[in-house]
Structures are given as structure tokens and as C-alpha cells.
Design a protein around this ligand. Structure first.
Ligand SMILES: *Cc1c(COP(=O)(O)O)cnc(C)c1O
Length: 339
């Protein structure tokens, strides 16, 4: 049995999801005529207390479109140095928006209002104008760390007072909400736009939705077209999203419980020096006396897959296709791997 913990994007659509996809009413969404895409966009917008939504092929696209909506060339985005928008989107901030980036530090991938305040440029011809702050929740590189509303509210207030927009990369926002028990609209209220991924913990084959004001989404739709992200009978994919919202949100608690199990298997293990605090479904472990490549090869011999996540780090992510039986096997196989 192969235990694949490389990412929560690796899940196979469930039978129920496939059936929902097969039954979906469809139309040409570029003509605005796909009823299932509309239902998904409206449902997520409503859930997050926003006016409108836009279905896109990927979370990279929803983030990049949001950045483009909120910036102009020569302006600046403020985010944590470990943000997905900076590290893993192919330099898109520069390529798509011709904007600059200011990178902040902070424990577990999180930034605080004081460092944001200090990062806002003065009104000066030398400096790019600071126009956007972007947060990530949960924070992938921070080990699936979670922001609380109390931490976000002062950042929101600061952005309002200083005229900056605030975007949320909510690729795993439902994992965060599972832990904080906040309602999605309480989070929507704090941000101008929120990107939500369906293809991570929610287990869909494809898709992300951007939610925001009517104006922002109208502009976003034009940008999506220019990026080549307008899809035709996309209702089949949107149906997977609707199915996931019905069936795969509450079960995220299981992924978090199993991540604690993964943590226990790594604790006190001779190959692992420490594990970052495990808050959701991501487990980042620091190796001791063995290189990531070597450790991944050892794991691979035991039919366990993970990814390198830094010079001495590897990452495990729990997901819909990682069962209790696999966790038991994982623990057993790691237990044998000690010399
Ligand atoms: C996966 C991910 C995205 C979007 O990635 P795509 O593969 O383009 O859908 C965005 N932000 C974070 C934090 C992610 O983990």
C-alpha cells in the first residue's frame, strides 16, 4: 500500500463526487450560461458574505487575478516572505501585474500589524506605492498555521485607515475554519477578496473561486478572460465543488486528527529533530543527521511519499485519501526505520 502524503491535491474524486459531476446541468460559462458554475459562485459568495464569485481553473489564477485587480504597475504588495503568492506562483506578481513586493518576516508564516505598518511606503516618488496586503490562511510554509480573527482585525483596520486593500489566499481556509470555528462570513468581512481552493482538502479535481464585491469580480472576469481562464461547460467541475461543500467540509477534522497521528510517529524518532506545531493537515518536520533527499528515498523504500520543504525540512500533508489504516501503517513503517 502506497502512502502518499506529498500534498492534499493528490486526492481522487470520490464516487459520489463523480456522480454529481455526471448529473450537472451545463452551459457555456463564457456566455454566462452555465447554471452549475453560477450556483457554485453564488454559494461561495454568500457563504463568505460577498456580492459575487468567479470560478477559475486554479488557486494561482484566483490569487493572481486578485492581485491584478488591487494593484497597478509600479505599486507594491506586502506579504510574508514565505507566501505562496511570492514563492510558488512563477513570479506572477511581476509578470501579471508589474507590481513590486515587500516581504515581511514573522513566526510560522504570519505577519503582524506593526510590521505591516512599518512596511507601508511613504508618499514619495522614490518608493512604489503600497496598495495591497495579502495574508494566507492556513499558512502552508508555516506548517498549516492558523490566523485568528483577533490577529487579522487590526491588520484590516490598518489597511482601511491607510487606503490599502486586503486579500486572503484561502487555499485552505476551510481547514482554518475547522480549527477556529469562525463562520466564513466573519472572515469574508475582513478582506476585499478571498481565494478559496476546491482542489486541496475539499478533494475536487480542479478549481478555485475568488469572492469579492460586484465591481471587483466584474474586473476579475475580464482579467480571467485575458489570462485564458474562461471555461465553457465548466459545470461539471463546479458540480464537484458544490458536492465538496456539502460532503467534504466537516470531514476536514479527520485530516487534522490524522495529522496529529503523523506528528506522534515523528516525535522522538531518531531521524527527526523537531516538528513544527501541527494545527491543521500539514506536518513539517526538521531532519537530524540525514538530508531530505536521502530521507525521502528511505521513505520511498517503505512506500511512503513526502516532499522536501527546505534545506533540512520535509512536509507531509493529510487528505481525503489518507485513511486510519494508512496512518497505522505509516506509524509501523516509521517505527522500523531507525538505523
Ligand atoms: C495550492 C495553493 C494555492 C493554489 O495553487 P494551485 O495549484 O494553483 O491551485 C494557493 N495558495 C496556497 C497557500 C496553496 O497551498
Amino acid at each position: 500500500m502506497i502512502i502518499d502524503l506529498r500534498s492534499d491535491t493528490l486526492t481522487q474524486p470520490t464516487l459520489g463526487m463523480r456522480e454529481a459531476m455526471m448529473q450537472a446541468p451545463m452551459g457555456d460559462d463564457v456566455f454566462g450560461e452555465d447554471p452549475t458554475v453560477r450556483r457554485l459562485e453564488d454559494r461561495l459568495a454568500l457563504l463568505f458574505g460577498k456580492e459575487a464569485g468567479l470560478f477559475c481553473p486554479s488557486g494561482t489564477m484566483t490569487n493572481q487575478i486578485a492581485i491584478r485587480v488591487h494593484t497597478r504597475p509600479q505599486t507594491e504588495v506586502i506579504c510574508h516572505r514565505d507566501s505562496h503568492i511570492y514563492l510558488y506562483e512563477g513570479g506572477g506578481i511581476m509578470a501579471n501585474s508589474h507590481a513590486s513586493v515587500k516581504l515581511l518576516e514573522g513566526p510560522f508564516g504570519k505577519i503582524d500589524p506593526q510590521s505591516v505598518a512599518e512596511a507601508i511606503n511613504p508618499d514619495d516618488d522614490h518608493a512604489p506605492e503600497s496598495v495591497l496586503v495579502s495574508l494566507e490562511n492556513t499558512m502552508n510554509k508555516g506548517g498549516g498555521s492558523v490566523y485568528t480573527l483577533e490577529e487579522v482585525r487590526p491588520i484590516r483596520k490598518l489597511c482601511r485607515d491607510r487606503g490599502l486593500k486586503l486579500h486572503l489566499d484561502g487555499a485552505r481556509i476551510f481547514n482554518a475554519l475547522e480549527e477556529t470555528k469562525d463562520s466564513p462570513d466573519a472572515w469574508g468581512e475582513q478582506f476585499d477578496t478571498v481565494s478559496v481552493c476546491l482542489s486541496k482538502g475539499l478533494g475536487c479535481p480542479v478549481g478555485s473561486v475568488l469572492v469579492g464585491s460586484k465591481d471587483a469580480i466584474k474586473q476579475a472576469r475580464k482579467i480571467r478572460k485575458a489570462m485564458g481562464g474562461g471555461m465553457r461547460q465548466a459545470g461539471m467541475l463546479a458540480a464537484a465543488g458544490l458536492y465538496a461543500l456539502d460532503h467534504h467540509v466537516a470531514r476536514l477534522a479527520e485530516d487534522h486528527r490524522r495529522a496529529q497521528g503523523v506528528l506522534r510517529a515523528l516525535e522522538d524518532h531518531p531521524f527527526f529533530l523537531e516538528v513544527l506545531p501541527v494545527k491543521t493537515n500539514i506536518v513539517i518536520a526538521r531532519l537530524r543527521g540525514i538530508k531530505p533527499e536521502e530521507m525521502l528515498a528511505r521513505l520511498s523504500e517503505s512506500q511512503i511519499k513526502a516532499v522536501k520543504f527546505g534545506k533540512d525540512l520535509i512536509r507531509f500533508v493529510t487528505h481525503l485519501d489518507f485513511t486510519d489504516e494508512m496512518l497505522e501503517q505509516f506509524t509501523r513503517r516509521l517505527g522500523k526505520m531507525r538505523g
